[in-house]
Design a protein around this ligand. Structure first.
Ligand SMILES: Cc1cc2nc3c(=O)[nH]c(=O)nc-3n(C[C@H](O)[C@H](O)[C@H](O)COP(=O)(O)OP(=O)(O)OC[C@H]3O[C@@H](n4cnc5c(N)ncnc54)[C@H](O)[C@@H]3O)c2cc1C
Length: 406
């Protein structure tokens, strides 16, 4: 083989798409993010499910990363998940949020389904078939009150059934399964809940409500009447109160916050390019909105610090039930959602102030319009007022830190 031949061979080797096994998680996330970015405008305009991005996430085996290696997954950590959500959120908010919600459900199954044959079999399927799981917590007129359910599991021997007025199920029509809360039994209190995993062959969805919203349009979070049938083994063995405190809230809040940080980062990216271009065009003179860019960048740094500090807190307690239930951790993980959502909105607002009309436009490379519409969902997604009200008493009981670093 002469040098020209070998160069050609190298070029072909470089160009040939590499298999997921040849790439690390960050490289696979970047590859999927590029596809998500390419369809983000169309996803938003048509309120369409980001089909190519989720297909790419499945092809790159991103949906089973949290599954333990013994069941075919990758034993990914919370840091892997939050990085993935940040990368995808930066490219397409809806894709990022879909992956964040899916990973939260998988985290619940992995942590609380170990030892249960049905859930271990589901873990194998999650890894092998890259199933996409949706989440059903919102019910009827209950809004974001996740710790209260109306619909109850009906039992008939080993068979179970559930009929639920699911006001919002993101990508419900596209998912391969749904993980839902429900009242333990017909005579149980509203807060005596279980978590159940149903696969697509277990249920039907009758559409009740469309999803035509300001932002996050690609999450396709329509309302459905969920009618499910299965076996009692599909109910996670631990009560939902524990799952909620130990896994559902921490993983949801950390991964959602990472998506919102990704949206904020995308707006900061565009603003930086805008300011640089404006300065070049004005002989080095910074435009009047430059101070808002500094604000946006500082806000993004604060947001990233908040998320990474809280992720460190979670990782340090992940397998310590007492520490996870402690007031200080529960306050921190709930406040993360409140603070991160508000910071992310503030960053994108600063980006808008810095870019002015170019940012306000729907067209052009400096538009932050979609980022702003998407990020405005953050304070509403389990309303910040509700969270603040719920933790008010608990925060009164926890003391003020005696040292800066505690
Ligand atoms: C993009 C997106 C995707 C979603 N995907 C899903 C999904 O896949 N599955 C799912 O189940 N849900 C999903 N949800 C719904 C979400 O989990 C919440 O249930 C929903 O955002 C709450 O909506 P709400 O504003 O109607 O209700 P509420 O939370 O009831 O809020 C309504 C109003 O009441 C006020 N309020 C309510 N409670 C209190 C209180 N205790 N103290 C003070 N004020 C209060 C709030 O300030 C707010 O003004 C999604 C939401 C969004 C935005």
């Amino acid at each position: 083989m002469n040098i020209a031949d070998s160069t050609d061979a190298q070029a072909i080797a470089v160009e040939r798409p590499r298999t997921p096994a040849q790439l690390d998680l960050g490289q696979r996330a970047a590859r999927v993010a590029a596809i998500a970015a390419g369809e983000a405008d169309a996803t938003d305009r048509g309120a369409c499910f980001p089909r190519a991005a989720i297909a790419a996430a499945k092809a790159d085996r991103l949906l089973g990363i949290l599954v333990p290696r013994e069941f075919g997954g990758e034993d990914a950590s919370i840091f892997d998940v939050t990085d993935l959500c940040y990368t995808l959120g930066r490219a397409c908010s809806s894709t990022g949020m879909i992956v964040a919600m899916h990973q939260t459900k998988v985290a619940c199954i992995v942590r609380h389904g170990l030892g249960s044959a049905w859930h271990e079999a589901l873990m194998r399927r999650l890894a092998a078939e890259q199933l996409l799981l949706a989440s059903s917590t919102t019910e009827g007129q209950g809004g974001g009150n996740v710790r209260s359910s109306a619909a109850a599991v009906e039992r008939d021997g080993e068979s179970i059934s559930l009929e639920r007025n699911a006001t919002v199920i993101s990508y419900g029509a596209e998912a391969d399964g749904v993980v839902t809360v429900a009242r333990r039994a017909a005579d149980a209190a509203a807060s005596d809940q279980v978590l159940i995993a149903f696969t697509k062959d277990n249920y039907t969805l009758e559409r009740q409500l469309e999803w035509d919203t300001l932002g996050m349009r690609g999450t396709c979070s329509g309302g459905f009447l969920l009618k499910a049938r299965g076996v009692a083994a599909q109910i996670l063995p631990e009560g939902y109160d524990r799952i909620h405190a130990q896994t559902m809230t921490p993983v949801a809040h950390l991964s959602w916050a990472s998506v919102w940080a990704g949206i904020a980062a995308a707006a900061v990216d565009k603003t930086q390019a805008f300011i640089r271009k404006a300065a070049r065009g004005a002989g080095g003179q910074l435009p009047p909105g430059a101070a808002h860019f500094t604000e946006a960048q500082a806000g993004l740094a604060k947001l990233r610090a908040l998320i990474t500090t809280t992720a460190d807190m979670y990782a340090a307690r992940e397998f310590d039930e007492r520490a996870l239930s402690a007031l200080d951790f529960q306050s921190a993980i709930n406040l993360l959602k409140v603070e991160a959502s508000e910071l992310a909105v503030a960053v994108v607002m600063s980006a808008l102030s810095a870019t002015g009309l170019s940012g306000y436009r729907n067209d052009g490379g400096s538009s932050v319009a979609r980022n702003l519409r998407d990020v405005l969902s953050a304070p509403l997604m389990i309303n910040n007022d509700r969270i603040r009200a719920n933790i008010a008493t608990a925060t009164l009981m926890s003391g003020v830190a005696p040292r800066l670093r505690s």
